[in-house]
Design a protein around this ligand. Structure first.
Ligand code: NCD
Length: 311
């Protein structure tokens, strides 16, 4: 695939299987850069990346920054703090200014679904936009780093049984994850959680809902645990965090229902004692830290692709 064919990176749905495989392969080729003493290659020298995070973030923001600096780009971290009503105005002003300063890529996280597509429309060909999470809609770079982690651990995708456990209803990660796993040929995808946190028509997405943790993770090869996204809940959907942990918290005992070689993943931030027990988060099956680190190679691959690099 020739770089530059894709101007913006907004959703998994718009990516072909070929594009996904190119990004995974390129990420694999970038992976060793992280273990060199000088962790830099000159691929994006002279380019400028602006991190525009309208919502808090630790892993995504830092790994985008590290990815850009490892490719030798310059990074602007813009601190945006404004009220929802002021955002529209200050947003377009900020963006116009940054574009006039010849910024090449905007990395955008926003609490409104569609925000990065809106910005991409506004910018047209001037600046590339990467969606780093928009409302409940999509988080495509997270889905690709999760595919990368699964591929590095399991080799291939098609025969895997994968359970996504937790607050599916409010999760942009779950949506992107489902699209991405289906695109690479995973047939057995389960979503597991209380009825109040699983959309009622989820079967339409080609996945199977389970309202019981033990049944949902039975024989699974990969478990992706998700946080309760309280900031997006508009009403009381759960009795209490401790009751949730009793029923859906992933403990060592519950993990025994899965395949013995199961890997446990979590996009973070993790809430110990709510969706996952410390013994599992820190245990032998956990790939949570590895997963966060894999964000660097994947984000390097995506930025290289948008910048016209042949990948
Ligand atoms: C996720 C997000 O922001 O959507 N986290 C992340 O990007 N590492 C999941 C979450 O916030 O629970």
């Amino acid at each position: 695939m020739t770089g530059g064919e894709i101007k913006h990176f907004l959703s998994i749905n718009s990516l072909s299987i070929g594009a996904i495989n190119s990004i995974l392969d390129r990420a694999e080729s970038f992976f060793p850069v992280g273990s060199k003493s000088a962790k830099k290659i000159p691929i994006l020298r002279g380019k400028t990346i602006a991190n525009l995070f309208f919502e808090p973030s630790t892993r995504t923001k830092t790994t985008f920054e590290l990815a850009a600096t490892r490719l030798s780009a310059d990074v602007l971290n813009i601190n945006i703090e404004s009220s929802a009503t002021k955002k529209g105005e200050s947003l377009s002003d900020t963006l116009k200014t940054l574009a006039s300063l010849r910024t090449d890529i905007f990395v955008v996280r926003h609490n409104q679904s569609g925000a990065s597509a809106f910005i991409a429309n506004l910018m047209g060909d001037q600046v590339s936009v990467i969606n780093a999470g928009d409302g409940r809609h999509e988080h495509p770079t997270q889905a690709l780093l999760d595919l990368f982690t699964i591929k590095r651990n399991k080799g291939s995708f098609t025969k895997l049984k994968i359970a996504i456990v937790g607050d599916i209803l409010h999760s942009r990660v779950a949506r992107s994850e489902i699209f991405a796993l289906q695109r690479v040929g995973v047939k057995d995808i389960r979503v597991v959680g209380p009825r109040t946190l699983i959309p009622s028509n989820i079967e339409c997405m080609g996945v199977k809902p389970f309202y019981n943790l033990e049944q949902g993770i039975e024989d699974s090869d990969v478990i992706i645990t998700l946080r309760l996204q309280k900031e997006r809940m508009r009403s009381a959907l759960l009795p209490s965090a401790s009751e949730y942990f009793e029923t859906f918290g992933l403990t060592q005992a519950k993990l025994s229902y899965a395949n013995p070689n199961v890997i446990v993943m979590h996009p973070g931030p993790i809430n110990r004692g709510v969706e996952i027990d410390s013994a599992v988060a820190d245990g032998a099956n956990s790939r949570i830290l590895e997963q966060a680190g894999n964000g660097i190679a994947i984000r390097m691959a995506i930025m290289a692709m948008l910048s016209g690099e042949r990948i």
